[in-house]
Design a protein around this ligand. Structure first.
Ligand code: NAD
Ligand code: ZN
Length: 255
């Protein structure tokens, strides 16, 4: 690990007035959930274009239901890892303004983050695709009919290929990033548009933490290559070391 770079990011984090974190699937692989595009990812096993679609929901419900039942039951056996917990601590201590995430697993909230903007929705909330009535995980897993309209197509509240992105969440995420003075991307291949345009809306510094270089990494002020959990832990250690000398300034900033 490049200690010089770790120290720089820790210093930037301490000095920042408005840090925003943008996470992708690589943030959750250390919890056990595969990402989409690296060697072990979902896309090597199953093509999400065949299941994560409006067409599958409407015409291939068995396939759709099977895939998302698996992803939902998987979630029960996986938990946020140390990296998620550092991000929650940073937000709770006033060092992070908010999380913008492409993930649908809800781990940031489970770890304790409060300002979380889910660009692609959440696996954890379920509704009826016929009438919009809210439902729950148990009903979805059992393939129950909708209690309101009797419809047979309960679904998770995630954005499927072919659906419009949630405008309100996107609006908030864009404003948050535009107002940030430090933006840290964690675990994203930055191949999914328009999410991969978000880092470039900040006028502040841009950092990317990923275990491989991405096509856009060169456009960041600083790149840290490695596992998200380990790198966040190293930044946290440096940050806490720095706090001893920086106490008055930090107390002022958090009040
Ligand atoms: P992606 O799969 O395209 O890219 C993930 C990146 O993270 C890769 O570059 C990979 O090398 C890196 N990575 C993997 N493990 C890492 C680790 N431990 N530390 C650091 N980097 C690591 O993911 P994306 O850019 O988020 O786009 C995928 C799309 O799939 C998103 O739209 C997202 O909604 C969805 N998705 C979500 C989940 C989830 O909720 N956990 C999982 C898979 C896919
Ligand atoms: Zn219904």
């Amino acid at each position: 690990m490049d200690l010089h770079k770790i120290t720089l990011v820790a210093d930037w984090l301490q000095a920042s007035e408005s840090t925003v974190i943008l996470t992708g699937a690589g943030m959750s692989t250390e919890s056990g959930i595969p990402d989409f595009r690296s060697r072990e990812g979902w896309w090597k096993k199953i093509n999400p274009m065949t299941v994560s679609t409006v067409d599958a929901l409407e015409n291939e419900y068995e396939l759709f239901h099977g895939f998302y039942s698996l992803r939902l039951t998987d979630l029960k056996t996986y938990h946020p890892h140390k990296g998620h917990h550092f991000l929650a601590e940073w937000e709770n201590q006033g060092f992070v303004k908010g999380i913008v995430t492409q993930n649908v697993d809800g781990f940031h909230q489970e770890a304790g983050n409060k300002s979380v903007h889910e660009l692609h929705g959440s696996l954890r909330s379920i509704f009826c695709s016929d009438c919009g009535q809210a439902s729950d995980e148990g009903a979805f897993l059992n393939q129950d009919t909708c209690s309101e309209c009797g419809g047979h197509h309960l679904r998770p509240d995630i954005i499927l290929f072919g659906e419009i992105l949630p405008q309100e969440v996107w609006g908030k995420a864009i404003r948050l990033i535009e107002e940030s003075d430090l933006l840290i991307v964690i675990g994203s291949s930055l191949q999914v548009s328009p999410a991969n345009e978000l880092p470039f809306l900040t006028n502040g510094k841009k950092v990317i933490i990923n275990n491989e270089a991405t096509l856009l990494s060169e456009q960041f002020d600083l790149q840290l290559e490695g596992k998200a959990g380990d790198i966040l832990e190293a930044i946290d250690e440096k940050r806490k070391g720095g706090e001893i000398h920086d106490d008055i300034e930090n107390t002022k900033r958090r009040t």
